[in-house]
Design a protein around this ligand. Structure first.
Ligand code: SF4
Ligand code: SF4
Length: 94
């Protein structure tokens, strides 16, 4: 998987394809904190896209530390759905 810096340098189409592949591997929907509202809106991969606008308000367990995307991108945070994206993704471009 490319690094975050490589992702940010990619052309938009290629980056979108990479993000789609990462999204497919995001286990958020199996997390105790995840909600029906988030499922209906197909929200996930909050570490990149940022926190949910209003679907998740109650923090239970977070399984980000067991996520392959988290490890491969060298992320350190957790609870992205309620606290926002990993800081180093601030320059992301979609
Ligand atoms: S960001 Fe963490 S707490 Fe939120 S749904 Fe995903 S795994 Fe669960
Ligand atoms: S680190 Fe958390 S929010 Fe990001 S893809 Fe993995 S489970 Fe989803």
């Amino acid at each position: 998987m490319p690094s975050l810096e490589e992702l940010n340098r990619m052309k938009p189409e290629k980056r979108r394809a990479e993000y789609a592949a990462m999204r497919a591997r995001c286990p958020c929907p199996t997390c105790p904190t995840y909600t029906e509202c988030a499922k209906e809106r197909e929200e996930k991969m909050f570490c990149i896209y940022g926190m949910t606008p209003d679907c998740i308000v109650r923090e239970l367990k977070c399984i980000c530390k067991k996520c392959p995307v988290h490890a491969e991108l060298g992320f350190r945070g957790m609870r992205y759905c309620t606290r926002g994206a990993e800081k180093r993704t601030a320059s992301r471009r979609f």
